[in-house]
Design a protein around this ligand. Structure first.
Ligand SMILES: NC(=O)c1ccc[n+]([C@@H]2O[C@H](COP(=O)([O-])OP(=O)(O)OC[C@H]3O[C@@H](n4cnc5c(N)ncnc54)[C@H](OP(=O)(O)O)[C@@H]3O)[C@@H](O)[C@H]2O)c1
Length: 215
């Protein structure tokens, strides 16, 4: 597939690396420094462009921006049309990582959907960038679980496949509203990793009987 990535930082390049290795075509975008964006993209062997170009390029558009830059990034994307899939990888973190800027009565995913009415939004927060950029995405014997929330079942299925491609274990959770609960779970991991000394090689897994698998 063609994947346009909005945000060329730790997560954007981490998913670019894995998606390129699985033979997807990737374009990175969005930086305050065009030269840095080009150099980063070249170093990962992927295309670079503006957010609008990346969104036009992608069958799937991955959003990997700091929360406070997300509205600006989507403004620069414009209206690519075609009912594209927008893979929201963001955490609506406060800049000091002390908490979430919103939650439980809405979610970052739902707010992104309001800003991108052209898209079928799927929320799926990837494993930590440290894991994505390491030599193995297996953490404690399994791939980190990624809750996949979106209102369009076809779009969710596509993102489940891409989550697997980046080394995560997708949980095809259900509607976008469930991001209200998946996002705080990701916040718990942030707190454990960076505030409580667990480090970033951690992840969540969903235990379940075989009969429930594939739901
Ligand atoms: N890091 C993780 O392990 C992790 C895991 C899961 C989810 N997330 C979430 O994923 C998102 C990205 O995290 P990250 O760690 O990849 O962030 P990051 O390394 O700081 O990368 C952010 C990217 O956005 C660009 N950017 C930021 N502000 C901009 C602006 N005003 N104008 C243009 N470009 C701008 C940066 O460009 P410049 O180079 O010019 O700054 C960079 O390309 C966040 O929402 C985060 O919470 C992170």
């Amino acid at each position: 597939m063609n994947i346009g990535i909005i945000g060329a930082g730790n997560v954007g390049t981490g998913i670019a690396k894995h998606l390129k290795a699985r033979d997807h075509q990737v374009m990175l975008s969005f930086s305050k420094d065009a030269n840095k964006l080009k150099a980063t993209s070249d170093s990962f062997g992927v295309r670079s462009g503006s957010p609008a170009e990346a969104a036009a390029f992608g069958d799937v558009v991955a959003l990997t921006t700091p929360w406070n830059a997300t509205a600006e990034a989507l403004r620069q994307v414009g209206k690519p049309g075609q009912n594209k899939i927008l893979w929201d990888c963001t955490n609506a973190l406060k800049p000091d990582m002390s908490g979430l800027q919103l939650g439980t009565t809405t979610s970052g995913g739902e707010e992104v959907a309001k800003l991108a009415p052209w898209a079928r939004v799927v929320k799926a927060i990837p494993p930590f960038a440290e894991v994505l950029h390491s030599s193995s995405t297996v953490v404690g014997g399994s791939h980190p679980g990624v809750f996949v929330c979106g209102d369009d079942p076809e779009a969710r299925a596509v993102i489940c496949r891409l989550v697997r491609d980046i080394g995560g274990e997708p949980v095809n959770a259900g509607p976008l509203q469930l991001a209200r609960y998946a996002e705080p779970a990701a916040m718990l991991l942030v707190q454990l990793a960076y505030m409580q000394g667990f480090g970033a090689r951690i992840g969540l897994t969903l235990s379940r009987d075989a009969a429930a698998e594939g739901v």
